[in-house]
Design a protein around this ligand. Structure first.
Ligand code: HEM
Length: 408
């Protein structure tokens, strides 16, 4: 029997085969799960700290699985209920991120798995401050984003009072956290929308590399790096916040979340050399069309023998570069999504674009304004939903996320 055949058989046998294998170390088990003994020690055992200056899930390396959920406070629920909810959620997030069970009533979905780099990140939408009567503490950065001409936004899948981002390198661990947190929402809050995403699994490539998106591009190369001198200033609200930013946002960040559908059938029909002109980088390795390797700077002024710019005027990487936007920069930390085939018969797939910045007016907004006017990529993408959230700084020991807003 070939190895592939054996895997198929074991899969069909399901749990029974695995139990037998686990007990006896049988050939079936060894053949279907050759790397099992090391899995928990590597992927499964990775933990991310819950406490710290910033919440987890912002500078954490991309995880293989993600859930994004927005909730609205239930009618009648206000500041008190919101504070109790954030306290419950924080306790559960802390335990799960440390690899501990939820406690009584645990669903058991993740019982035999390690935390697998689980992160849970909480944010507040603009409307949260009205419902909780905390409008005087609302950061001005939560003013609604401007409308962009190419937007096709669905209000029901946009915004929301509360936003939760869950990431993990294991799908069951991520789902377990999602179930636990949604149960704890109880009568206090109701789900407004949920989106599920994915990235490559750790260990899937022979060498660590920048992620690829569903268009096949290397995506994330020119992100600000935590080692950059100006990283914190660009991504996190400083200890002395600027005017319009309340003190409770110190150490926090603003997340812009857009469900961007990719028109993949149109994209895939484009020859690779034309795809590369749309971005300004090579598809194979992400290197600029002006030469070098992935990390070589774009030579934006370089022209070819025909006198034309090698990286075209409307190339996505040119238009979005900080030097073209008064220094505007953001940390892009997305998940891909695929929700089957849409009503139009094409893949309902794309990018759950999440970007982080100390101020959306100096990050997402100017860049998206520019992209909206002239990005070659626009013909192949559609922004279908939008959210903007204030993500407070990380909790100190004994504190819950948002406590400085809700209890000061
Ligand atoms: C589905 C939609 C999108 C796709 C497929 C996409 C893809 C890419 C790719 C392949 C790159 C080049 C590699 C890199 O530096 O990461 C890039 C760069 C970049 N993109 Fe996007 N992008 C999308 C949407 C957006 C949006 C909505 C924004 C912000 C408003 C944005 C901002 C940027 C920035 C700031 C860069 C880095 C530019 C530089 O400094 O060189 N992208 N994107």
């Amino acid at each position: 029997m070939s190895r592939r055949r054996l895997i198929g058989t074991a899969g069909a046998a399901g749990a029974a085969g695995l139990v037998a294998g686990a007990a006896g170390g049988s050939a079936t088990y060894a053949a279907t799960r050759p790397d099992e003994p090391t899995a928990l020690a590597t992927v499964g055992s990775a933990t991310v700290a819950f406490h710290g200056a910033h919440q987890a899930g912002i500078t954490t390396p991309l995880q293989a699985r993600g859930h994004l959920v927005a909730l609205d406070l239930a009618p009648g629920a206000g500041r008190k209920e919101a504070a109790a909810l954030l306290r419950r959620w924080s306790g559960t997030a802390r335990r799960l991120m440390a690899g501990e069970p939820v406690g009584e009533g645990d669903t058991g979905i993740a019982l035999d798995a390690g935390p697998s780099a689980l992160t849970v990140t909480f944010g507040f939408g603009r409307t949260f401050f009205d419902v909780t009567k905390l409008a005087d503490r609302r950061p001005s950065a939560l003013d609604p984003l401007p409308a962009f001409s190419s937007d096709h936004l669905d209000a029901r899948r946009s915004n929301g009072d509360l936003w939760v981002q869950i990431g993990s390198d294991d799908s069951l661990v991520a789902f377990h956290a999602l179930r636990a947190l949604l149960k704890e929402a109880g009568d206090a809050a109701r789900v407004r929308w949920q989106m599920n995403g994915f990235n490559r699994s750790p260990g899937a490539t022979a060498r660590p590399m920048t992620a690829r998106n569903l268009m096949g591009q290397v995506d994330g190369t020119n992100n600000p790096k935590p080692t950059d001198a100006d990283f914190d200033r660009r991504i996190f609200v400083p200890a002395k916040p600027p005017a319009g930013t309340p003190g409770w946002m110190t150490g926090g960040s603003y997340a812009v979340v857009r469900r961007i559908r990719m028109l993949l059938d149109d994209w895939d029909a484009l020859p690779v050399d034309r795809q590369e002109l749309v971005i300004g980088r090579r598809k194979s390795d992400g290197a600029p069309l002006t030469g070098g390797t992935e990390t070589t700077a774009l030579a934006l002024d370089k022209t070819g023998p025909d006198g034309k710019l090698v990286i075209p005027d409307n190339a996505h990487a040119r238009i979005s570069a900080p030097e073209q936007n008064g220094g505007a920069a953001m940390l892009r930390r997305p998940f891909s999504f695929h929700d089957g085939i849409g009503a139009d018969g094409t893949p309902d797939a794309g990018l759950l674009f999440i970007c982080w910045q100390a101020d959306p007016l100096r990050g997402f907004v100017p860049v998206q304004r520019k992209l909206d006017r002239g990005d070659a990529l626009s013909a192949f993408v559609r922004h279908e939903s939008s959210g903007l959230y204030a993500v407070p700084g990380g909790p100190r020991e004994g504190e819950y996320v948002g406590q400085r807003l809700l209890e000061s």
